[in-house]
Design a protein around this ligand. Structure first.
Ligand SMILES: [Zn+2]
Length: 323
């Protein structure tokens, strides 16, 4: 696909690296049975379904950085002399609410939206933000995915391409740094993690990182295996952040409250355990139905929400058989 380089002097393209888009395994008939309860599960991450009612709230996290909580993904905000930079922009119906929250912080112009990945609860307001002056920036696979119609075999549904007005106009691969509001802002691609086009956004001097949906704080994670995501890739993304974090690092998850390195460590350990438990069952010859019946995630039941324990097993199973 076309690689669009930055026209803005604020950007410096530092490095590129190849990434892999692994097309995952075929659906089993068992997985079709997942479709019904999964349909409920997908509400929080689906771009075609109506968003829940607006209820936005902004929290300061220091260094002129903020997070807007509410429906959809957590929005990171940088405010300063260069203007306003957003990380993700929830659903289309949240655009006005997001801009109202920003206007409560500053009159400076909106300059950038960085999309951590393609899901509609993180890119839904892209068209309105572009109309408000933002340049839309993301990993190149975000643009690719937003322009594709493809099957979500896990949930037995179709993910439709969206209008081009929502696509990022500036893309990168590997790692790229931009200087904005006195921050070095690193976009770091995490291959085959939550999707095939996720970015970590690291504010280096502020010791703050927005992980997008590479981190669901306090919840079982959704992993979009049909869009190139994998359990091992998400664990690798967790480890990447843990390697650059210390006790003071502020971690913004895609969903859930602000987190610490200790919180992320616990999430990484849980995900590794989920992977290892499901894999050992597969290696022993158990069917998906047998694994589901064994209730192997009972000790993690407090993490079940829009991803139930059963769906967490299905996601891990589907990811592992594709390894
Ligand atoms: Zn997502």
């Amino acid at each position: 696909m076309k690689h669009l380089l930055f026209a803005s002097a604020a950007f410096m393209l530092l490095a590129c690296s190849a990434d892999t888009t692994s097309d995952v395994s075929k659906a089993t008939s068992d997985m079709k049975n997942a479709a019904k309860d999964a349909a409920k599960a997908i509400v929080a991450i689906d771009r075609e379904l109506p968003a829940p009612a607006d209820d936005l709230r902004t929290e300061s996290i220091g260094n002129n950085l903020y997070v807007i909580f509410g429906p959809g993904g957590n929005v990171g905000v940088s405010v300063g002399d260069d203007g306003v930079l957003l990380i993700d922009d929830k659903f289309a119906r949240n655009a006005e609410g997001i801009l109202t929250q920003v206007r409560g912080l500053t009159d400076a112009p909106l300059k950038f939206v960085l999309n951590t990945h393609y899901h509609g609860d993180h890119t839904g307001s892209n068209a309105q933000m572009a109309a408000a002056g933002a340049e839309l920036v993301a990993h190149e696979n975000v643009r690719k995915r937003l322009g594709m119609t493809f099957e979500n075999k896990l949930f037995g549904r179709t993910t439709n391409a969206v209008d081009e007005s929502l696509w990022p106009t500036t893309t990168y691969d590997g790692v790229t740094d931009m200087m904005f509001n006195g921050h070095t802002v690193s976009l770091i691609h995490t291959p085959s993690a939550h999707t095939d086009g996720d970015s970590l956004v690291h504010f280096k001097e502020a010791n703050t990182v927005h992980m997008g949906d590479n981190y669901f704080n306090g919840l079982f994670p959704y992993i979009d295996v049909d869009a190139g995501g994998s359990v091992l890739g998400m664990i690798a993304a967790h480890n990447k952040v843990l390697a650059m974090a210390d006790e003071n690092t502020v971690i913004i998850p895609g969903h859930g409250p602000i987190a610490s390195k200790a919180d992320l460590t616990a999430a990484r350990d849980m995900l590794q355990n989920i992977h290892d438990r499901v894999k050992s069952r597969i290696d022993a010859g158990d069917s998906l139905e047998t694994i589901l019946d064994a209730n192997i995630l009972q000790d993690y039941e407090k993490y079940a929400s829009f991803i139930s324990e059963a769906n967490m097993v299905r996601i891990a199973h589907r990811s592992i058989i594709g390894e």
